[in-house]
Design a protein around this ligand. Structure first.
Ligand SMILES: CC(C)(COP(=O)(O)OP(=O)(O)OC[C@H]1O[C@@H](n2cnc3c(N)ncnc32)[C@H](O)[C@@H]1OP(=O)(O)O)[C@@H](O)C(=O)NCCC(=O)NCCS
Length: 156
């Protein structure tokens, strides 16, 4: 897609990711959100999470317009893994977001494609996610299907 780039985020991208999260929350609220403590809370979360999370960022015309991240779950090793080639990781895909006004132009597909390509390259056992109803066709186009082997216990 002309003018759109997708790349893995680095530590220095924290403010950009926080900015996209803020923009998403404001879109959902339909109004500006003033939260003076958000940067600090976000920073603490980012510090805790960045070692086990990969984030892809999309830029269009120099502006950050989308993101998607994957929590990398590292399985407990099992004897003989090296010989059997058992995949050592799987991923939970989260926080897929493309700014309103840039949607339905394939940017989300580029982000998700970068994530699935990484998982394939690194031989992840699986990718899991919890889609909104509206985004089900989006994920289905990238090979996701309803899970029949997972269970969920919802909050009481
Ligand atoms: C889901 C999302 C990241 C897709 O990004 P995108 O750049 O629009 O994606 P693409 O252009 O590659 O594909 C468009 C598809 O996205 C989905 N989509 C479009 N608008 C959407 C929205 N407001 N919410 C959820 N999914 C949406 C649809 O499946 C659409 O395809 P379809 O019209 O054929 O069903 C983006 O729409 C978004 O940020 N939505 C709001 C946040 C959200 O719902 N995130 C996912 C939670 S699981």
């Amino acid at each position: 897609m002309p003018g759109v780039t997708v790349r893995l985020a680095e530590r220095g991208d924290e403010a950009v990711i926080a900015g996209l999260r803020h923009r998403w929350a404001e879109e959902q609220a339909g109004a500006p959100i003033e939260d003076g403590g958000f940067a600090e809370v976000f920073h603490a979360w980012f510090e805790r999470e960045h070692e086990q999370r990969l984030t892809w960022l999309a830029h269009a015309g120099g502006e950050a317009v989308g993101m998607l991240n994957m929590l990398v779950f590292t399985r407990m090793p099992k004897p003989d893994d090296a010989r059997t080639g058992r995949p050592g990781r799987w991923g939970y895909v989260a926080n897929a977001y493309v700014a309103d006004g840039h949607r339905d132009a394939g940017i989300g597909a580029l982000l998700l494609g970068a994530c699935t390509a990484h998982a394939d390259r690194e031989r992840y056992a699986r990718l899991v996610l919890s889609p909104s109803e509206r985004s089900v066709p989006f994920y289905a186009r990238h090979g996701f299907e309803p899970a029949t082997s997972l269970m969920v216990r919802r909050a009481r």
